[in-house]
Design a protein around this ligand. Structure first.
Ligand code: ZN
Length: 91
C-alpha cells in the first residue's frame, strides 16, 4: 500500500514539475527583455505604417498622400505643409 502511495506522489511531483517547465518556456523564451520593453503596447514601430490603420488625405496643391494628423487643413482643403496651404489648391 505504501508503495502505491509512493508512486502516486512521484507522479504528482512529475506533473507539477512538467507544468512549471511549460509555464517557464512559454513565458520567458521569446524576445529579449530589452527589445520587449522598449516600446509600450500599441506604440511599436511599423504599426503606424501598416496599411489601413490610418486615414490618408491628399495634398490639394501637389497631390501627395499623407496621414490625416500630419496634414495642414486650410479653407476646407488638406495640404502636405504650410507652404502648399499658402499657395492654395492647384487648379
Ligand atoms: Zn503639397
Amino acid at each position: 500500500m505504501s508503495k502505491l502511495l509512493f508512486w502516486i506522489v512521484i507522479i504528482l511531483v512529475a506533473l507539477v514539475v512538467a507544468r512549471l517547465l511549460a509555464q517557464k518556456a512559454t513565458r520567458g523564451a521569446p524576445p529579449t527583455p530589452s527589445s520587449r520593453h522598449r516600446y509600450p503596447p500599441g506604440a511599436r514601430p511599423g504599426a503606424k505604417d501598416s496599411p489601413g490603420s490610418e486615414l490618408m488625405v491628399r495634398c490639394a496643391h501637389c497631390g501627395i498622400q499623407l496621414p490625416t494628423d500630419e496634414a495642414v487643413r486650410r479653407k476646407g482643403y488638406n495640404y502636405c505643409g504650410l507652404a502648399h496651404s499658402l499657395r492654395g489648391p492647384k487648379t
